[in-house]
Design a binder for this molecule. Structure first.
Ligand code: BG6
Length: 484
C-alpha cells in the first residue's frame, strides 16, 4: 500500500476574522461588537477579566486597534489578489454580525453590510478561492452582551437564527463551507469572547457558561438545519480550540487529571455538536463546577434538535499543547501561557515569544485523537506562529522561524493523513498580519503578508510579501510535497 497523501482537492488557504482585520467599525451602518470594546495591549485579557469591566468603551484611557484593523474593508481586493497569488484554494473569514444586524435584535438586516460580503465572496470566487465562512467569530453585537447578558439568555438563539438564516440564504448557493461558532469551547476559560459574558454580567459563574453553551449548541443545530435546507451540498462544521494535553509523568493522578481536562476542554463541545447528545461525563462535570442541572433550561425539543442536526465536519485551531502536573503546589509548578489555557512547562518543548509551547507532533496526536473519536472529516482552520518580524533595509522580511514552524506542522499533518485521518484542509491563522485577539497587538504577527502598522496605529498600511509567502505558494503548488 502506498503512503496516503493530502487529498487532490485539499483546501489550502488562510484564515482571518472580521473584527481583527476589517476595520471600518462604524461604517455603512455597522453596529458595535464585543470586539470593538476590547482595548489593545498586553493587558487586554486582564482588563476583560476584571470584576469591574462592563463593556464600556473608554477612548480616553485605551486604544482600540480593532476599530481600524488593517483596513481590509477598503483593501480586500488587493488582499485577496495576494492570497490568489499564493495559490489559495480557500479563504476562511467571518461575517461581522454587527454589519448585518447592528444591534442584533433587529428584524430587518442592513443591506449595506450584506453588500460588503457579496463583494468579498465574489472577489474570492473570481480567483477560484472557496470562501470558508465562520458565522460568528468573537464579534457578537455589543448590545446583546450588555442588554441581554450574552449567550446565557435564551433569546439569543432566535437572534442568531435570524442572522444565520439571513447570511445562509444570501450566500448559501455559492458558499459551500461554513462554521457556526469560532472556538466555542474557549468559554470554558474565557466566556467574554464567544459568549459575551464578563464577570460583571455572569461570566464568572459556570451555571451561566453551561447555559450559554446549551443555547449555542441549539443555535448551531438550527444553522445546520437551515444550511442543508438551502443547499444540500453545504458542509457546515463546528470549531474548537484543540490543545493536545499531556500528563507530565506516569503518575495515575496526573493521567486522570489529563483525561478529565481532555473531556472538559477538548471534547465537551464536540461531543455534543458531533454526536448530537450530551456525553456520559456531563453530570460529573456539572457537579464539579457547581452547576445545578435542574436549573438549566434544556427542553426535550432542544435535545431532539441536537440529535437531528449534528455538524458535518470538525474545524479546529491548533497552536500549542499543554502539560499537567497535579502533584505540584502552585509555588512548585512553573506555569506557562497558551491560547487561553496554559499548563506546566514542558521541558521537551520550546515556546514562542508569547510563551505558547510549540509542538508539531502534538498536532499529529490531535488529529488522531479527534478522528479516532468521531470519524468525521477534520479541517485545521487555524495554526501558526505569532512572532515579531523585522523589516530589513531592503524591505525584505526573512521569517525563517515561521517557515520552520509551519513546515513541521505540515509534516505532522502528512503523518496523520498516513495514519488514516481524513483531513479536508489547512488554513493557517492570520495569513495577512492582523490585530491579535488576546493582546490587541499588531506586533504579534502571523502573516505571509506583512502590513505596515504598529501597536500604536502608526504606519502606511502598505502590504508586502514575507519570505514565507513564496514558501507557502510552493507548498500549495505541490499539494504539500515540497516543504523545503
Ligand atoms: C484563536 C482565535 O484563538 O487564536 C483567533 O480564533 C486568534 O481569533 C488566534 O487571533 C491567535 O491568537 P492571538 O491571541 O495570538 O491573536
Amino acid at each position: 500500500m502506498t503512503k496516503q497523501t493530502f487529498r487532490p482537492d485539499f483546501l489550502w488557504g488562510g484564515a482571518t476574522a472580521a473584527n481583527q482585520l476589517e476595520g471600518a467599525f462604524d461604517r455603512d451602518g455597522k453596529g458595535l461588537s464585543v470586539a470593538d470594546a476590547m482595548p489593545g495591549g498586553k493587558q487586554r485579557f486582564t482588563i476583560l477579566g476584571s470584576k469591574e469591566f462592563d463593556w464600556t468603551i473608554d477612548p480616553e484611557n485605551y486604544i482600540y486597534p480593532n476599530h481600524r484593523g488593517i483596513d481590509h474593508y477598503d483593501r480586500f481586493k488587493e488582499d485577496i489578489a495576494l492570497f490568489a497569488e499564493m495559490g489559495f484554494k480557500c479563504y476562511r473569514f467571518s461575517i461581522a454580525w454587527t454589519r448585518i444586524f447592528p444591534k442584533g435584535d433587529e428584524t430587518t438586516p442592513n443591506e449595506a453590510g450584506l453588500k460588503f460580503y457579496d463583494g468579498l465572496i465574489d472577489e474570492c470566487l473570481k480567483h477560484n478561492i472557496e470562501p470558508v465562512i465562520t458565522i460568528s467569530h468573537y464579534e457578537m453585537p455589543l448590545h446583546l452582551a450588555k442588554e441581554y447578558g450574552g449567550w446565557k439568555n435564551r433569546q439569543l438563539i432566535d437572534f442568531y437564527e435570524r442572522f444565520a438564516n439571513t447570511v445562509l440564504t444570501r450566500y448559501g448557493k455559492k458558499v459551500t463551507y461554513w462554521m457556526t461558532f469560532n472556538e466555542i469551547n474557549s468559554a470554558f476559560h474565557f466566556p467574554a469572547l464567544s459568549q459575551g459574558m464578563v464577570q460583571s454580567n455572569g461570566g464568572g459563574d459556570y451555571q451561566n457558561v453551561f447555559q450559554a453553551w446549551h443555547n449555542q449548541f441549539v443555535a448551531s443545530s438550527k444553522a445546520v438545519k437551515i444550511a442543508h435546507e438551502i443547499n444540500p451540498n453545504i458542509q457546515i462544521g463546528c470549531m474548537i480550540i484543540y490543545a493536545t494535553t499531556y500528563s507530565m509523568n506516569a503518575n495515575p493522578v496526573n493521567q486522570m487529571a489529563t483525561l478529565i481536562q481532555n473531556q472538559e476542554f477538548n471534547f465537551f463541545c464536540t461531543d455534543v455538536q458531533v454526536r448530537g447528545k450530551y456525553p456520559a461525563y456531563t453530570q460529573r462535570t456539572y457537579e464539579k463546577y457547581g452547576v445545578d442541572e435542574q436549573a438549566l433550561e434544556i427542553t426535550q425539543e432542544d435535545l431532539d434538535l441536537l440529535a437531528a442536526y449534528p455538524v458535518d465536519y470538525i474545524g479546529f485551531s491548533y497552536y500549542m499543547s499543554a502539560a499537567i502536573d497535579e502533584t505540584l503546589s502552585e509555588e512548585e509548578a512553573e506555569m506557562v501561557s497558551g491560547n487561553l489555557l496554559g499548563g506546566v512547562r514542558n521541558p521537551f518543548l520550546e515556546a514562542s515569544e508569547w510563551g505558547w509551547q510549540i509542538d508539531p507532533e502534538g498536532l499529529r496526536i490531535a488529529l488522531n485523537e479527534l478522528y479516532n473519536r468521531y470519524e468525521k472529516p477534520l479541517f485545521i482552520v487555524e495554526n501558526g506562529l505569532g512572532a515579531i518580524d523585522t523589516v530589513e533595509a531592503d524591505g525584505s522580511i526573512n521569517d525563517d522561524y515561521r517557515i520552520d514552524y509551519l513546515r513541521k506542522h505540515v509534516e505532522a499533518m502528512a503523518d496523520a493523513v498516513a495514519d488514516g485521518v481524513d483531513l479536508m484542509g489547512y488554513t493557517p491563522w492570520g495569513c495577512i498580519d492582523l490585530v491579535s485577539a488576546s493582546t490587541g497587538e499588531m506586533s504579534k504577527r502571523y502573516g505571509f503578508v506583512y502590513v505596515d502598522l504598529d501597536d500604536e496605529g502608526n504606519g502606511t498600511l502598505n502590504r508586502s510579501k514575507k519570505k514565507s509567502f513564496d514558501w507557502y505558494k510552493q507548498v500549495i503548488e505541490t499539494n504539500g510535497k515540497n516543504l523545503a
